[in-house]
Design a protein around this ligand. Structure first.
Ligand SMILES: *Cc1c(COP(=O)(O)O)cnc(C)c1O
Length: 486
């Protein structure tokens, strides 16, 4: 047996890398990232997928023998990364871009190399303390008391899901009560909230879509009226979800007024600030998000407002006990962990157990750049958005949505020469911009009509990129006009 073990050891040892091999891989990685960043401006912001490349990836052999790093990186570069959106590009104006900071990638690298077990305090008190510290920083930003706590998730959807379950546990209603339980959302609430309700087995709750005002914000008088009606009909109002920056339009629900209603009516108040939350770092954002501290729970997305690479969301709860009550579990094989504990652990406040040391990808950028850099970048994006909005508003046959609250707005082309087919003209304009691929912007439907959405939130979008976008838009409008008039 020993002989056989020795034999296997020899083979399995190739999983370990020698210092020379590590240096080679690091060097290839460094070369790759340097080339990547220095060529970003000339890289496309979007390129449609081609089925041939997808098929090649699906058929790529995973052979018994290992390959060289340069060959593997070459494949990733040419096949894996070449198509689709380029969210690292400053010319990405679609959905809600963030860009992705190199310093965050560096944090991920160290986290993975050292492989600390960030799920429980006993295993890595340092990692857990870092994550607690980051949550505390966000809690202070929101204006929460010291009882606040939370969880660094993989994104906003997971953070919202984690909150919905905690709110349900706090309310403590039974399965037989579900159909009498009421949730208050708006048509603009992110779809992940309804999905979270479904995942939690709560799809039979009554969902009230509170009517919106001209600026797509919840009408608070309607909200309270509906709650009172529901109460007098013997129903159980349980959860209000307000948006602090709707994904589509950046509209901010009246957070303070909704907070007053929620307190008066004793309803769990959740604010989905996945998009808008980090604007709290700016004076303007602080003013606009006033009242957010009244929420029982808040979701923020560092991979949006703090420009992190994808994989970072956050849930902050006013009283961390609600999270612990909802998620804490004990198990025989966890007895060492339970015995030694001075901070709450991610595993006690979320559905995760073994977990990546996610905190370091946020800790690195905050420590290395300092908070001021983030404040400036966020204020810059607010101004750039208003700049683009004003420029487009001046264009005679472009219709724009009301002045942007945050960094997103919608617009559409209404060419006087073809007012019968406005949607079609805009679709063609969008296709034409996508085919060129130099900038990317997404579209949406508002009241059944086709609109462009412009969002400025990539860390790499500056004045040059914004002007470039405007130029490309105009050039494509001229092109479509001459094609369609023929
Ligand atoms: C982006 C977004 C989400 C979803 O977050 P993910 O990080 O994409 O999972 C939820 N709510 C709002 C308001 C968002 O903008």
């Amino acid at each position: 047996m020993e002989h056989r073990i020795r034999d296997l050891q020899e083979k399995s040892c190739s999983l370990e890398t020698t210092p020379e091999e590590q240096r080679k891989i690091n060097k290839a990685g460094t070369n790759f990232s340097e080339n990547f960043y220095s060529s970003l401006q000339s890289q496309k912001a979007y390129q449609k997928h081609d089925s041939k490349t997808v098929q090649e990836i699906l058929e790529e052999s995973l052979s018994e023998e290992g390959e060289d790093i340069n060959k593997v990186l070459g494949f990733v570069e040419s096949k894996v990364l070449s198509r689709g959106l380029n969210p690292a590009s400053g010319n990405h104006f679609g959905y809600i871009p963030g860009g992705g900071l190199f310093t965050s990638a560096a944090g991920d690298y160290i986290a993975a190399v050292t492989n600390r077990y960030a799920g429980v305090f006993f295993a890595s008190p340092g990692a857990v303390a870092v994550e607690n510290r980051l949550i505390q920083w966000m809690a202070e930003m929101i204006g929460y008391p010291k009882e606040a706590g939370g969880y660094l998730s993989s994104g906003g959807s997971m953070a919202n899901l984690t909150a919905v379950h905690a709110a349900r546990e706090k309310a403590g209603f039974k399965a037989s009560d579900i159909s009498n339980t009421v949730v208050y959302l708006s048509e603009q609430t992110h779809h992940c909230v309804e999905r979270a309700l479904k995942i939690c087995g709560l799809s039979e709750c009554k969902i009230r879509f509170v009517p919106l005002d001209q600026k797509f914000r919840m009408k608070t008088d309607e909200l309270e009226k509906t709650i009172n009606e529901d109460k007098s009909n013997g129903l159980n109002p349980w959860l209000i979800v307000a948006s602090a920056g709707t994904t589509d339009l950046g509209a901010i629900d009246p957070l303070e007024e909704i907070g007053n209603i929620a307190h008066r009516q004793k309803i769990w108040y959740h604010v989905d600030a996945a998009y808008g939350g980090f604007f709290l770092l700016t004076e303007e954002g602080k003013e606009k998000l006033k009242g957010i501290s009244m929420a029982d729970s808040v979701v923020l997305d560092p991979h949006k407002g703090l420009f992190l690479p994808y994989g970072s969301g956050a849930l902050v709860v006013k009283n961390v006990d609600h999270l612990i009550k909802a998620y804490h579990f004990e198990a025989n094989y966890m007895q060492d962990a339970a015995a030694e504990r001075s901070l709450y652990s991610p595993a006690e406040v979320s559905p995760e157990l073994s977990k990546h040391f996610r905190g370091l990808r946020l800790w690195f950028p905050l420590k290395l750049h300092g908070i001021q850099a983030f404040r400036s970048a966020l204020q810059e994006k607010l101004l750039l958005t208003r700049y683009a909005w004003e420029k487009l508003k001046e264009v005679e046959d472009i219709e724009v949505s009301p002045e942007p609250e945050l960094t997103t707005f919608t617009f559409r082309w209404k060419p006087t020469w073809n007012l019968q087919n406005v949607d079609q003209v805009n679709r063609e304009l969008h296709q034409s911009i996508l085919e060129e691929g130099k900038v990317f912007l997404s579209t949406t439907q508002i009241k059944g009509k086709f609109w462009f959405r412009l969002t400025v939130l990539s860390v790499r979008t500056h004045l040059e990129e914004t002007d470039r976008f405007l130029k490309i838009l105009h050039r494509n409008m001229e092109k479509i006009e001459s094609e369609m008039k023929q």
